[in-house]
Write a protein of this length. Sequence first.
Length: 161
Amino acid sequence: MTDKRKVSVTVNGTRYEREIETRLTLADFLRHELLLTGTHLGCEHGVCGACTVLLEGRSARACLTLAVQANGRSVTTVEGLAAKDGTLSPLQQAFWEKHGLQCGFCTPGMLVTLTEFLKENPSPTEAQVREVLTGNLCRCTGYQGIVEAALLAAERMRSGA
């Protein structure tokens, strides 16, 4: 017999109610119940950062978080970073301009991690950007484009551009 619970979670501004198994991870809830596939599963051990989402505005590994732990809370996924009209966030735009992605697998986790970071640190140094990215693994880019994108986005966000 499976243990089920009813959950109510606000994801990217939309409230969802589902009855789910208590062992369902937040990553699987987002991907399979809500069909929000931007949250990627890499290592499923919380090491690679591909599954990073914002839970109440703070970075969380969706592969290590149970969906029932998000009950009554808000979650922001990579799909929620752009404006409702589809306009990219300054960080997403900078990733595009500075070639901050190649295969794109790590990109959602990078974007979510950096979104929280830039909100808390609007004037980061290159070293600070590199430090915050130590929890997100990328096997394609060498990180230089990602770092440049974060710094460009921070500059634009400070100037209101």
